[in-house]
Design a protein around this ligand. Structure first.
Ligand SMILES: Cc1cc2nc3c(=O)[nH]c(=O)nc-3n(C[C@H](O)[C@H](O)[C@H](O)COP(=O)(O)OP(=O)(O)OC[C@H]3O[C@@H](n4cnc5c(N)ncnc54)[C@H](O)[C@@H]3O)c2cc1C
Length: 289
């Protein structure tokens, strides 16, 4: 289908972009266009103005802070994140998510922050943000604010961002000694959106799990954690029995929907299988030790 009619602006400063957003009734930001352009072409959205931030300076960097946290700017493409040694070394769950996002051609254009701002519950990065306690930096003409990932994803394609705000960067807290993690998913074909996916992070101290975060994608209108399964892992040594129990609790607690791709029961079962797989991958070295 053809795009609806819309105005187009390509600001060259952040302030100009913010003014354009503030002065329009119904403006939409354009970053990599890999989600917005399909939305327009399918007439699922019809903004009066598209504000292309592609020429705004200062948003295209991956920064490592002294404390080990990693910030990804709004114009950094998935492919740059995938290729970054900084991300691989200091934000390993972000790196682990990248190969699951569509195909490399999509990742060459799409931005990681755009994926987070878009808030698609079938996307990998929102779940990764939840499992790593990422912090969003949102800027508007009114100033800057930080939003923790736990408060950011409000509903299907809906986030805590106000219409006049730009998500300028997302910061991933330091990966600590004892942190382990994995991103796993199952799709019908490689590169498709996941039927179910999971970003898991556990922390181990002296051979015992003392923190666990299991953030699922494609099972609800936002990424979701399963607190009961996380709690079942706390205090356990990494073991196949502990993973099996967590998997059972996940399957019993999730209430995914059904669609043409999978029934609700299949998704529940898959979520349990993926829980075991993620924990095995994340804690492989602990069990072997
Ligand atoms: C064929 C195909 C397969 C794909 N498969 C996957 C997949 O498996 N997993 C996955 O996660 N994604 C997938 N994607 C989506 C891809 O990852 C997108 O690149 C990403 O979701 C959005 O990033 P973008 O830079 O393209 O954003 P855009 O399309 O430019 O924008 C998306 C939305 O976010 C808003 N936005 C963008 N940046 C900002 C910002 N900085 N501040 C505020 N709002 C902002 C826009 O206004 C728009 O509403 C796929 C896309 C395609 C076309």
């Amino acid at each position: 289908m053809k795009n609806p009619k819309f105005g187009y602006a390509r600001p060259t400063t952040l302030d100009e972009a913010l003014d354009l957003l503030a002065s329009s009734e119904d403006a939409k930001l354009l970053a990599g266009g890999q989600s917005l352009l399909p939305v327009l072409a399918l007439r699922l959205g019809s903004p009066d103005l598209v504000v292309d931030i592609g020429r705004v300076p200062g948003l295209d960097e991956i920064t490592l802070a002294a404390d080990g946290s990693v910030a990804i700017g709004a114009l950094v493409r998935h492919a740059e994140v995938e290729d970054s040694h900084t991300v691989a070394g200091y934000a390993p769950l972000v790196a682990a998510a990248m190969p699951w996002i569509g195909h490399r051609a999509i990742r060459n254009q799409g931005t990681t922050v755009g994926s987070i701002a878009h808030g698609d519950p079938a996307a990998e990065m929102p779940a990764v943000c939840l499992s790593t306690s990422a912090v969003m930096t949102a800027v508007s003409a009114r100033g800057e604010r930080s939003i923790p990932a736990a408060d950011f994803f409000d509903g299907f394609l809906t986030t805590a961002l106000e219409p006049d705000e730009i998500l300028t960067k997302v910061t991933f807290p330091p990966w600590r000694t004892g942190d382990r993690g994995a991103v796993v998913e199952q799709a019908r074909r490689h590169g498709d959106y996941a039927l179910v996916g999971l970003s898991a992070r556990v922390h181990v101290t002296d051979g015992v799990i003392d923190e666990a975060v299991l953030a699922f994608l494609s099972v609800a209108s936002t990424p979701v954690r399963v607190a009961a399964a996380e709690e079942s892992l706390i205090g356990s040594a990494p073991s196949t029995d502990a993973y099996a129990l967590a998997a059972e609790v996940v399957s019993n607690n999730l209430t995914p929907g059904a669609d043409v791709h999978a029934t609700a029961n299949y998704r529940k079962h898959l979520a349990g299988v993926l829980t075991k797989r993620a924990l095995e991958q994340a804690l492989m070295s602990e069990v072997a030790a």
